[in-house]
Design a protein. Structure first.
Length: 277
């Protein structure tokens, strides 16, 4: 018998409902087999009492797909660079075309940290080039505790950094024959924290929110609601960057699609949303 069939259909559906209610993650048909296998593993190895909070968190942690890499979607990072350096095409109706003093970024669903460190490297490079005159702060959040442990450690296999250029490599130091470690000077720029998007917002607003490859795992009925929450965490003229093809349909009225690059799915928060937009 297929090991994945050891999990009854009733329990599988029950756990899917628990996961969605706790995290917003919806197990769709396209990855149901993967989810079932992970649930079988969880059923075999978990030592937490079933139904408890720790059991549910461990289940969610096992289901989360932590696929990421440094500078995963270059056009999106180029867009962030243009926004932070004031080079993006901002409509005349928007009064804010320059990044504010002490700019802030939020990496939502940062997984094992590669995205957050990429944003930090990019921002530091702009500061060193004189395109930014002020320090920045970067919040990186994820639901997975195990992924956050890797992110805080900041050690990665050398093979995963081969595509970085010399300037980006300079932010790492040797951590043995097979690993490189993020230098402390870069690491101190980032605060890693566990956060569930279904919970309240971090309590601050941001110039840039980078949220890629997260909404695809959320039930379609929840996606616009989460976009509204993220929009509420943006400063006026702040930018929200999603992964290409991650959201279809009309965004919340306060968000205006930025057409800077057709390869980038980005929105700008309007200070004064137009009725019926």
């Amino acid at each position: 018998m297929d090991p994945a069939m050891e999990l009854t259909e009733r329990k599988f559906r029950h756990w899917c409902r628990l996961v969605e209610s706790h995290s917003g993650i919806a197990v769709s048909d396209c990855w149901a087999d993967f989810a079932r296998r992970r649930m079988v593993e969880h059923q075999s190895f978990s030592r937490q009492p079933e139904g408890g909070r720790e059991h549910l968190q461990a289940l969610v942690d096992r289901l989360l797909i932590k696929e990421t890499r440094f500078f995963r979607h270059p056009p999106s990072f180029n867009y962030v660079a243009s926004v932070l350096s004031g080079d993006s095409d901002v409509p005349e109706s928007d009064p804010q075309s320059e990044p504010p003093s002490g700019f802030s970024l939020w990496s939502v669903g940062c997984a094992s940290g590669e995205e957050a460190y990429s944003l930090a490297m990019l921002s530091e490079q702009l500061c060193q080039a004189g395109k930014l005159s002020s320090p920045f702060r970067l919040l990186a959040t994820d639901l997975s505790r195990s992924a956050l442990d890797i992110a805080r450690c900041g050690e990665y296999p050398r093979s995963r950094l081969r595509h970085l250029n010399a300037m980006q490599h300079a932010w790492f130091e040797s951590a043995g024959d097979k690993f490189l470690r993020v230098r402390a000077t870069l690491k101190k720029r980032i605060v890693f924290a566990r956060h569930n998007l279904l919970d309240s917002l971090p309590g601050k607003t941001f110039d840039v929110i980078f949220c890629q490859n997260l909404l695809v795992y959320v039930a379609p009925t929840r996606r616009k609601m989460l976009l509204e929450k993220l929009a509420g965490a943006l400063k006026p003229a702040g930018r929200l960057i999603l992964a290409p093809g991650e959201f279809f349909g009309a965004p919340p009225a306060v968000l205006i699609r930025d057409r800077f690059d057709p390869a980038v799915l980005a929105y700008r928060r309007s200070a004064n949303p137009v009725r019926g937009h």
